[in-house]
Design a protein around this ligand. Structure first.
Ligand SMILES: *[C@@H]1O[C@H](CO)[C@@H](O)[C@H](O)[C@H]1NC(C)=O
Length: 184
């Protein structure tokens, strides 16, 4: 690699590391909030985001004529069935921290609202770092790897995900330092 490429490579990595370790707060429906007015497309909203552990979602609505019911299953979500809720939120501004890799289902507890489409499912990734495939193929010859996962070869597409599992939070910067050392 030339100097410019190396500098760019490291800057991109640093940017990825910083961006991916910052917790995001996502307002459900963006500017529309949680409403049936002009029925926002919550499926599309959800699909446009990348939810990860450490992020939060916020439901904003008028508590007089709306609420948020977290249901257990896709089936309840699909059928707008809030009869056995996991949790019910009623404050009008509910912040829900994402703590696990899971699939979360929320509906409006006002039946008509849910039937109109006021429901959202949130699929959480189990990584807080974007997987970087070339890293998996690079033999860590020059640096003592702080984690054996850095030098594990990638036998399947899934391995990139499993490697990134261990690389969270501050540990990402250790990996960054190792990568920077190898790159130079
Ligand atoms: C709604 O959920 C409850 C509890 O899980 C279940 O007993 C009931 O059959 C469900 N209703 C429908 C219409 O699916």
């Amino acid at each position: 690699m030339g100097l410019v490429q190396r500098v760019v490579f490291c800057m991109v990595l640093a940017a990825l590391c910083v961006a991916s370790s910052m917790a995001e707060v996502y307002k459900v429906g963006d500017d529309n909030g949680w409403t049936t007015q002009n029925m926002p497309d919550y499926k599309r909203w959800s699909a446009s985001k990348t939810f990860k552990i450490g992020d939060s979602i916020v439901f904003e609505y008028s508590p007089k004529d709306n609420n948020v019911v977290q249901v257990m299953s896709y089936d309840d979500y699909k059928k707008c069935n809030g009869s056995s809720p996991l949790k019910t939120f009623t404050s009008g501004k509910d912040t829900i921290p994402i703590k696990h890799k899971e699939h979360l289902f929320f509906i409006s507890g006002f039946p008509d609202n849910c039937q109109k489409g006021q429901k959202v499912d949130i699929r959480v990734l189990d990584t807080s770092v974007v997987p970087i495939p070339p890293l998996a193929q690079r033999p860590s010859s020059s640096a003592p790897a702080p984690s054996p996962s850095v030098s594990v070869p990638a036998p399947s597409p899934n391995s990139a995900m499993s490697i990134s599992k261990g690389i969270t939070g501050k540990f990402g910067f250790v990996i960054l330092a190792v990568v920077a050392a190898v790159a130079y």
